[in-house]
Write a protein that binds this ligand. Structure first.
Ligand SMILES: [Zn+2]
Length: 370
């Protein structure tokens, strides 16, 4: 369908770009994009996508607007306080561009509703602030064949990547270190308010490029942004044959909700920082501590703390007898996720105060090896 006079006026700056033009604009108007999370990332992403004339926009978020959101979530203002984010977002986007069909889902994305919701969209923008949701969205996109533009923010740093089915690696190919069904709880952390503005806008850019077929996508490239240094970097990565969801023999073949595991949920847990553990080892406390590295043997062989023994997490329940005589078992893994899971297993086996190394080997080896 040719563009109407008002569409020609509204999108004139797109029409002036030969790479977009009337054909690109029509592709945008036929596109269907779901934004997961109407927060810091979802706000700019959704605003720019609505302004660009995306045909159908879905906004899913189960939260209500809080005063602390206004520092970065530019969809909202003081009149939005205490109202459902998805609803307020829909009204705001509709005012920006009445030609866009905006649908609000004032709920959390879960394993139970993901298939039905994603069925109406071709591209998913993940702007959720929970790691469990990020894995769920990734798995849903792999299983249901949807393109995904993922981003995350922390303090002054952001990252973004794009997954297109059949064309490159998924989020789990890169971030595989989550023991099954368990991801670390992302405690509330500070974030520079303008940071998600940059990253969410990058997500909208990727979606528009995907739809119109212009440029080079962030497929197999993790883009990182450091606002303090004002530097972008990128890391290339490949699809892993052993990826648990997009690999050749996937173990994740249906969606399920991950349990967020938080150190505070494990009674008696002793959490060691790198500095604390180093100080104890330097002071010769090795007889009171038993360091147990719960990574796979090949990961262990690639480098470990000298005093540590290796018991892979999968074998831990059977081999706990090797542990119980130790004064204090301290579990270690790559990032501090599997080690928390190990503490849960140890607690279930009657070890009352298991310990773990917060941040795992990544923290132990320092940022150079991250
Ligand atoms: Zn994968």
């Amino acid at each position: 369908m040719p563009l109407s006079a008002s569409e020609q006026a509204r999108y004139s700056r797109h029409l002036l770009l030969p790479e977009i033009g009337a054909r690109g604009q029509q592709l945008l108007q036929a596109a269907r994009v779901l934004v997961v999370g109407a927060g810091g990332l979802g706000s700019p992403a959704a605003l720019y996508l609505a302004a660009a004339g995306i045909g159908r926009l879905g906004i899913i978020d189960g939260d209500r607007v809080d005063l602390s959101n206004l520092q970065r979530q530019v969809l909202f203002d003081v009149d939005s306080l205490d109202r459902p984010k998805a609803e307020v977002a829909r009204e705001r986007l509709q005012r920006l561009n009445p030609q866009v069909a905006v649908r609000a889902y004032p709920t959390e994305l879960r394993a139970a509703n993901a298939r039905e919701i994603l069925a109406d969209y071709d591209i998913v923008i993940d702007g959720s602030d929970r790691l469990s949701t990020r894995y769920l969205v990734n798995d849903a996109c792999v299983l249901f064949g949807k393109a995904l533009v993922s981003a995350a923010i922390h303090r002054f740093e952001g990252q973004a990547m794009t997954y297109v089915p059949g064309r490159g690696p998924c989020y789990r190919c890169l971030f595989s270190d989550s023991a099954e069904g368990v991801v670390p709880n992302c405690a509330e952390a500070g974030v520079l308010g303008v940071l998600p503005g940059v990253m969410g806008t990058i997500q909208a850019t990727e979606a528009i490029k995907l739809i119109t077929g212009v440029g080079e996508l962030l497929i197999g490239r993790l883009l990182t942004y450091d606002a303090l240094e004002l530097r972008f970097h990128e890391f290339r990565f490949r699809r892993r044959d052993d990826c648990t969801v997009c690999g050749t023999a996937p173990t994740i073949t249906a969606l399920r909700d991950a349990t967020e595991l938080c150190a505070a949920d494990i009674p008696g847990l002793r959490q060691f920082s790198v500095e604390e553990l180093r100080a104890l080892l330097d002071a010769g406390a090795t007889s009171q501590l038993r360091l147990i590295d719960v990574r796979d043997p090949q990961e262990f062989a690639g480098g470990h703390i000298e005093q540590a023994i290796n018991i892979p997490l999968a074998d831990l329940a059977q081999r706990l007898t090797e542990v119980q005589h130790a004064a204090l078992p301290v579990f270690i893994c790559l990032s501090g996720v599997r080690s928390l899971r190990a503490c849960v297993i140890a607690r279930q086996a009657g070890i009352e105060a298991p310990g773990h190394l917060a941040g795992g080997m990544r923290a132990w080896s320092g940022p150079a090896s991250a």
